[in-house]
Ligand binder design. Structure first.
Ligand code: HEC
Length: 148
C-alpha cells in the first residue's frame, strides 16, 4: 500500500526568502586610491627604460611644470604656496629620500603615488611610461640624489 508520509517540501519552501534586493552594487567613486604602505622592494631594481639625456630631462621639465610644480614648487623644494594645506609635499632637492631615490623607486612613486598616505596620487594611465621616465630623470637632475 505504500502510504508514505508527506515530505518536507512545504518546509523547504518556507525559507526561500527574497534576499539581496538592496545590496549596493557600486563602490564609491571617491574611494582613496590606496596602495601598499611603502614602495615595494622590487621597485629599487627597476632600471630606466629611457636613458637619461638632456632631451629627456627637458621633456621631464615640461611634464613637471604640468603635473608636479603646483605641489612641489618651481625648484622642487616642496615650498609651493599652491599645495593643499593638508599636505606637506617633499623637498625633491634635498638628500632625504624617505621612499628611495633610485630611478625605479621614483618611477613607482610617480605612477602609484606617495605611500603611505597617498596625498600625492599616481599618474598611472594618465601619462606614458616614457614620460614617467622623463620625469624621473628631471627629478634626479634637481640635485638631491647622492652620487653613487
Ligand atoms: C597634490 C600635490 C602633489 C603633486 C601634484 C605631486 N606630489 Fe609628489 N608628493 C606630494 C606629497 C604630499 C608627498 C609626500 C610627502 C610626505 O608624506 O612625506 C610627495 C612625495 C613625492 C616624492 C617622494 C619623495 C621622498 O623623499 O620620498 C617624489 C619623488 C615626488 N613626490 C615626486 C613628484 C612628481 C615627479 C610629481 C609630478 C609627476 C609629483 N610628485 C606630484 C605631493 C604632490
Amino acid at each position: 500500500m505504500g502510504r508514505v508520509s508527506r515530505g518536507l517540501c512545504g518546509v523547504a519552501l518556507a525559507w526561500v526568502v527574497v534576499t539581496g534586493a538592496s545590496v549596493p552594487a557600486q563602490t564609491p567613486a571617491a574611494a582613496p586610491a590606496a596602495g601598499p604602505a611603502a614602495v615595494p622592494a622590487e621597485a629599487k631594481k627597476v632600471k630606466a627604460a629611457v636613458a637619461s639625456s638632456s632631451a629627456a630631462i627637458d621633456a621631464g621639465k615640461q611634464l613637471y611644470a604640468k603635473y608636479c610644480r603646483f605641489c612641489h614648487g618651481n625648484t622642487g623644494a616642496g615650498d609651493s604656496t599652491m599645495a593643499p594645506k593638508t599636505m606637506q609635499p617633499s623637498n625633491l632637492t634635498d638628500t632625504t629620500w624617505t621612499r628611495g631615490s633610485t630611478e625605479g623607486e621614483i618611477f613607482w612613486i610617480i605612477q602609484n603615488g606617495a605611500p603611505p598616505k597617498y596625498d600625492m596620487k599616481g599618474l598611472k594611465g594618465k601619462i606614458t611610461d616614457q614620460d614617467t621616465w622623463n620625469l624621473v630623470h628631471y627629478v634626479r637632475s634637481l640635485g638631491g640624489i647622492p652620487k653613487s
